[in-house]
Design a protein around this ligand. Sequence first.
Ligand SMILES: [Zn+2]
Length: 311
Amino acid sequence: MIRSWSRAVFLCLLLATPEALSAQEKKTIDLARTMPLADVHMHLNGGHDADHYRGLMDRANVRWGGGVGGGRDDHPLEVKSILGARYIAALGQTEFFGVLLTSGERALYDPEQPLFQRLFAYAPAAIKNGLARGFGEIHINNISPFSPARGQRRIDLESPVVQKMFDLANRHGGFVQIHTMSNSGLDEILQASARYPDVKIVLSHCLPGASTRQLDTLFRARANLYCELSAQGPMHRIERVYGKFGLREEWRDLIERHPSRFMVGSDACCGLENRYEEIIQEIRTYLLPALSEKTMRRVASENARQVFRLQ
Ligand SMILES: [Zn+2]
């Protein structure tokens, strides 16, 4: 009885919603659904040609994509040479993963590893001439207490190989996108962002485990820290930031307080490779429309255009 009564109320609300929306709300929902996005956590999954990524982006109305690397067979600079200004080439992920899998976690500290030597042979010129502006996704700490899996590691953020990346990016006003977790503490992020003030440090998945208060502290302390919000919704079974209920209140407050620091990303990895369009649709449905129009425009693409210097 109670259940059917509350169901009736819910249905009434649902039916009443379209008229109850203000003109501004309707406009925001419409914009969120249709505006071009910059996807700053778009992996190369391996074995595809650049047309595959162009197709994904076109179908989802994503104008710019990249910010991370990935797949063994797709080289970021090759994809860049075909997608041009639409692709945000990021170096180093393939090499970082390769060294971990072949030589173990300690080898991530060793710049003499052949894969790292190869990386630092081509990276300086690529960054100097603007073909790539930085590195990512560099996994510093991705140890999940819930799902031990291949490829997990926890190293120091300021370790010799990662410092080389920071150095190069710092010299050219580039970026380093890192995947680390709040249980490594905030100190190493604060230290690196102070030591390399010209590097834009993008925190993948907005620093898993961090509270909105901790993120507020980071943004207040440093002007060169950014968050990208991939893998935070229902498709990734996380719902830390948003879900079918919309954007969590404390996250909306945080984003509105620091509107220049947030960007969106897909992270269609690890079994979600074929669900790119749905992931983008989630962002357009649950995340973006909850923001003010001005903030939404920034999060959707304007911030990425500044951080990655996109045209
Ligand atoms: Zn990723």
